[in-house]
Design a protein around this ligand. Sequence first.
Ligand code: PGA
Length: 250
Amino acid sequence: MPRKKLMAANWKMYKTPDQARDFFREFLPLVAGHSRDEIAVCPPFVDLPAAIGSAKDSKISIGAQDMYWEKEGAFTGEISAGMLLAVGCTHVIIGHSERRQYFGETDDTVNLKLKAALEAGLIPIVCVGEVLEEREAGLTEDVLRRQCLRAFHAISGKKAAKLVVAYEPVWAIGTGKTATPQLATEAHSLIRSEAAKAFGETLADNLRILYGGSVKPDNVKSLMSEKEIDGALIGGASLDPKSFAAIVKY
Ligand code: PGA
Protein backbone atom coordinates (compact mmCIF):
# COMPACT_ATOMS: atom_id res chain seq x y z
CA MET A 1 0.00 0.00 0.00
CA PRO A 2 1.45 3.41 -0.87
CA ARG A 3 2.21 5.60 2.12
CA LYS A 4 -0.07 8.62 2.48
CA LYS A 5 2.03 11.76 2.40
CA LEU A 6 2.09 14.22 5.29
CA MET A 7 2.60 17.91 4.59
CA ALA A 8 3.50 19.57 7.89
CA ALA A 9 3.99 23.27 8.56
CA ASN A 10 6.54 24.32 11.16
CA TRP A 11 5.81 27.94 12.02
CA LYS A 12 8.77 28.22 14.39
CA MET A 13 8.53 31.44 16.46
CA TYR A 14 6.12 33.27 14.16
CA LYS A 15 2.52 34.45 14.51
CA THR A 16 0.28 35.52 17.41
CA PRO A 17 -3.09 33.81 18.03
CA ASP A 18 -4.86 36.47 15.92
CA GLN A 19 -2.39 35.95 13.11
CA ALA A 20 -2.90 32.19 13.37
CA ARG A 21 -6.67 32.67 12.99
CA ASP A 22 -6.09 34.97 10.00
CA PHE A 23 -3.92 32.31 8.42
CA PHE A 24 -6.61 29.64 8.69
CA ARG A 25 -9.33 31.99 7.45
CA GLU A 26 -7.39 32.33 4.21
CA PHE A 27 -5.85 28.86 4.05
CA LEU A 28 -8.91 26.65 4.65
CA PRO A 29 -10.87 27.66 1.53
CA LEU A 30 -7.71 27.16 -0.55
CA VAL A 31 -7.41 23.50 0.47
CA ALA A 32 -11.09 22.66 0.90
CA GLY A 33 -11.80 19.27 -0.63
CA HIS A 34 -8.13 18.45 -0.94
CA SER A 35 -7.79 14.98 0.51
CA ARG A 36 -4.82 13.43 -1.28
CA ASP A 37 -2.35 14.09 1.55
CA GLU A 38 -2.56 14.70 5.27
CA ILE A 39 -1.94 18.26 6.44
CA ALA A 40 -0.62 19.33 9.84
CA VAL A 41 0.23 22.77 11.18
CA CYS A 42 2.62 23.21 14.11
CA PRO A 43 2.36 26.73 15.54
CA PRO A 44 3.97 28.13 18.72
CA PHE A 45 2.43 26.81 21.96
CA VAL A 46 0.35 29.93 22.69
CA ASP A 47 -1.33 29.68 19.27
CA LEU A 48 -2.46 26.07 19.73
CA PRO A 49 -6.01 26.81 21.00
CA ALA A 50 -6.57 29.37 18.22
CA ALA A 51 -5.25 26.98 15.57
CA ILE A 52 -7.24 24.04 16.92
CA GLY A 53 -10.40 26.16 17.04
CA SER A 54 -9.86 27.42 13.50
CA ALA A 55 -9.15 23.94 12.09
CA LYS A 56 -11.86 22.06 13.97
CA ASP A 57 -14.22 21.54 11.02
CA SER A 58 -11.40 20.65 8.65
CA LYS A 59 -9.16 17.62 8.25
CA ILE A 60 -6.10 19.62 9.26
CA SER A 61 -4.22 18.35 12.29
CA ILE A 62 -2.49 20.61 14.75
CA GLY A 63 0.85 19.81 16.35
CA ALA A 64 3.33 21.36 18.75
CA GLN A 65 6.98 22.11 18.02
CA ASP A 66 8.42 20.50 21.14
CA MET A 67 7.44 18.87 24.45
CA TYR A 68 9.01 17.63 27.66
CA TRP A 69 9.16 13.96 28.56
CA GLU A 70 7.91 14.11 32.15
CA LYS A 71 4.16 14.05 32.79
CA GLU A 72 4.16 17.00 35.21
CA GLY A 73 6.33 18.54 37.88
CA ALA A 74 8.63 21.40 38.76
CA PHE A 75 9.92 21.99 35.24
CA THR A 76 9.48 25.72 34.67
CA GLY A 77 8.68 26.61 31.09
CA GLU A 78 8.01 23.09 29.89
CA ILE A 79 4.90 21.46 28.37
CA SER A 80 4.01 17.76 28.64
CA ALA A 81 2.55 15.37 26.08
CA GLY A 82 -0.61 15.11 28.20
CA MET A 83 -1.05 18.88 28.11
CA LEU A 84 -0.73 18.90 24.33
CA LEU A 85 -3.32 16.14 24.02
CA ALA A 86 -5.63 17.96 26.43
CA VAL A 87 -5.83 21.02 24.15
CA GLY A 88 -6.41 18.86 21.07
CA CYS A 89 -2.94 18.47 19.57
CA THR A 90 -2.27 15.29 17.65
CA HIS A 91 1.31 15.80 16.43
CA VAL A 92 4.57 17.00 17.93
CA ILE A 93 7.90 17.85 16.32
CA ILE A 94 10.82 16.39 18.26
CA GLY A 95 14.53 17.10 17.91
CA HIS A 96 14.36 19.87 15.34
CA SER A 97 17.88 21.03 14.47
CA GLU A 98 17.16 24.47 15.91
CA ARG A 99 16.40 22.82 19.26
CA ARG A 100 19.60 20.81 18.96
CA GLN A 101 21.63 23.86 17.93
CA TYR A 102 20.28 26.57 20.28
CA PHE A 103 18.61 24.76 23.17
CA GLY A 104 20.87 21.86 24.03
CA GLU A 105 18.70 19.08 22.60
CA THR A 106 20.72 15.87 22.31
CA ASP A 107 20.13 12.44 20.81
CA ASP A 108 19.33 11.25 24.33
CA THR A 109 16.72 13.91 25.07
CA VAL A 110 15.21 13.20 21.65
CA ASN A 111 14.89 9.57 22.69
CA LEU A 112 13.22 10.47 26.00
CA LYS A 113 10.78 12.81 24.27
CA LEU A 114 10.03 10.28 21.56
CA LYS A 115 9.23 7.59 24.12
CA ALA A 116 6.95 9.95 26.06
CA ALA A 117 5.16 11.14 22.92
CA LEU A 118 4.49 7.59 21.70
CA GLU A 119 3.41 6.50 25.16
CA ALA A 120 0.90 9.36 25.29
CA GLY A 121 -0.46 8.64 21.80
CA LEU A 122 0.87 11.69 19.98
CA ILE A 123 2.25 11.40 16.45
CA PRO A 124 5.90 12.37 16.78
CA ILE A 125 7.79 13.92 13.88
CA VAL A 126 11.42 13.23 14.75
CA CYS A 127 13.94 15.40 12.92
CA VAL A 128 17.37 14.20 11.88
CA GLY A 129 19.94 15.70 9.54
CA GLU A 130 23.57 16.59 9.08
CA VAL A 131 25.22 20.02 9.23
CA LEU A 132 27.26 21.32 6.29
CA GLU A 133 30.65 20.44 7.80
CA GLU A 134 29.50 16.86 8.34
CA ARG A 135 28.31 16.55 4.75
CA GLU A 136 31.53 18.04 3.39
CA ALA A 137 33.57 15.67 5.54
CA GLY A 138 31.65 12.67 4.14
CA LEU A 139 30.04 12.00 7.52
CA THR A 140 26.36 12.24 6.53
CA GLU A 141 25.70 8.50 6.78
CA ASP A 142 27.43 8.21 10.16
CA VAL A 143 25.49 11.15 11.54
CA LEU A 144 22.11 9.91 10.33
CA ARG A 145 22.83 6.39 11.60
CA ARG A 146 23.81 7.70 15.02
CA GLN A 147 20.82 10.05 15.27
CA CYS A 148 18.39 7.27 14.32
CA LEU A 149 20.00 4.62 16.50
CA ARG A 150 19.93 6.84 19.57
CA ALA A 151 16.46 8.28 18.89
CA PHE A 152 14.96 4.82 18.40
CA HIS A 153 16.79 3.24 21.36
CA ALA A 154 14.71 0.90 23.55
CA ILE A 155 11.45 1.55 21.69
CA SER A 156 9.54 -1.49 20.44
CA GLY A 157 8.17 -1.80 16.92
CA LYS A 158 4.70 -2.05 18.40
CA LYS A 159 5.07 1.24 20.26
CA ALA A 160 6.59 3.01 17.26
CA ALA A 161 3.65 2.50 14.91
CA LYS A 162 2.79 6.23 14.75
CA LEU A 163 6.36 7.42 14.26
CA VAL A 164 7.14 9.91 11.50
CA VAL A 165 10.73 10.94 10.70
CA ALA A 166 11.79 14.15 8.96
CA TYR A 167 15.11 14.28 7.14
CA GLU A 168 16.23 17.89 7.37
CA PRO A 169 19.77 18.59 6.21
CA VAL A 170 20.68 21.55 8.40
CA TRP A 171 22.44 23.35 5.52
CA ALA A 172 19.12 23.42 3.65
CA ILE A 173 17.00 24.90 6.45
CA GLY A 174 16.03 28.50 5.80
CA THR A 175 18.89 28.91 3.34
CA GLY A 176 17.09 28.55 0.03
CA LYS A 177 19.34 25.56 -0.71
CA THR A 178 17.40 22.33 -1.18
CA ALA A 179 18.71 18.80 -1.25
CA THR A 180 18.36 17.31 -4.71
CA PRO A 181 15.67 14.63 -4.90
CA GLN A 182 18.44 12.07 -5.38
CA LEU A 183 20.38 13.18 -2.35
CA ALA A 184 17.24 13.17 -0.22
CA THR A 185 16.37 9.71 -1.52
CA GLU A 186 19.76 8.37 -0.39
CA ALA A 187 19.27 9.78 3.10
CA HIS A 188 15.69 8.52 3.31
CA SER A 189 16.75 5.00 2.30
CA LEU A 190 19.37 5.00 5.02
CA ILE A 191 16.85 6.19 7.62
CA ARG A 192 14.41 3.51 6.48
CA SER A 193 17.06 0.82 6.86
CA GLU A 194 17.83 2.03 10.40
CA ALA A 195 14.10 1.92 11.19
CA ALA A 196 13.97 -1.63 9.84
CA LYS A 197 16.80 -2.65 12.17
CA ALA A 198 15.12 -1.02 15.17
CA PHE A 199 11.47 -1.82 14.53
CA GLY A 200 11.28 -4.48 11.81
CA GLU A 201 10.62 -4.46 8.08
CA THR A 202 6.87 -3.93 8.24
CA LEU A 203 7.07 -0.78 10.29
CA ALA A 204 9.93 0.50 8.14
CA ASP A 205 7.88 -0.10 4.98
CA ASN A 206 5.01 1.92 6.44
CA LEU A 207 7.20 4.61 8.01
CA ARG A 208 6.67 8.07 6.60
CA ILE A 209 9.90 9.96 6.07
CA LEU A 210 9.40 13.65 5.29
CA TYR A 211 11.91 15.92 3.65
CA GLY A 212 12.51 19.38 5.12
CA GLY A 213 14.77 22.25 4.14
CA SER A 214 13.70 25.13 1.89
CA VAL A 215 10.69 23.34 0.44
CA LYS A 216 8.86 25.88 -1.75
CA PRO A 217 5.95 25.83 -4.22
CA ASP A 218 8.44 25.60 -7.11
CA ASN A 219 10.53 22.67 -5.87
CA VAL A 220 7.97 20.57 -4.00
CA LYS A 221 6.78 18.57 -7.02
CA SER A 222 10.14 17.13 -7.95
CA LEU A 223 10.83 16.17 -4.34
CA MET A 224 7.40 14.59 -3.83
CA SER A 225 7.68 12.54 -7.01
CA GLU A 226 10.41 10.47 -5.35
CA LYS A 227 9.10 7.17 -4.03
CA GLU A 228 11.17 7.47 -0.85
CA ILE A 229 9.83 10.93 0.09
CA ASP A 230 6.59 10.72 2.03
CA GLY A 231 5.82 14.37 2.56
CA ALA A 232 7.49 17.54 3.72
CA LEU A 233 8.20 19.63 6.80
CA ILE A 234 7.94 23.23 5.70
CA GLY A 235 9.18 26.25 7.62
CA GLY A 236 9.38 29.65 5.93
CA ALA A 237 7.07 28.83 3.02
CA SER A 238 4.31 27.61 5.36
CA LEU A 239 3.75 31.02 6.96
CA ASP A 240 1.87 32.39 4.00
CA PRO A 241 -1.49 30.69 3.34
CA LYS A 242 -1.19 30.91 -0.45
CA SER A 243 2.31 29.52 -0.49
CA PHE A 244 1.51 26.66 1.91
CA ALA A 245 -1.64 25.84 -0.07
CA ALA A 246 0.39 25.75 -3.28
CA ILE A 247 2.84 23.35 -1.63
CA VAL A 248 0.08 21.10 -0.31
CA LYS A 249 -1.58 20.99 -3.73
CA TYR A 250 1.66 20.59 -5.72
P1 PGA B 1 12.53 25.92 5.98
O1 PGA B 1 12.48 25.20 7.41
O2 PGA B 1 11.41 25.36 5.15
O3 PGA B 1 12.31 27.39 6.30
O4 PGA B 1 13.87 25.65 5.39
C1 PGA B 1 12.22 23.83 7.52
C2 PGA B 1 12.27 23.41 8.95
O5 PGA B 1 13.10 23.95 9.70
O6 PGA B 1 11.49 22.54 9.39
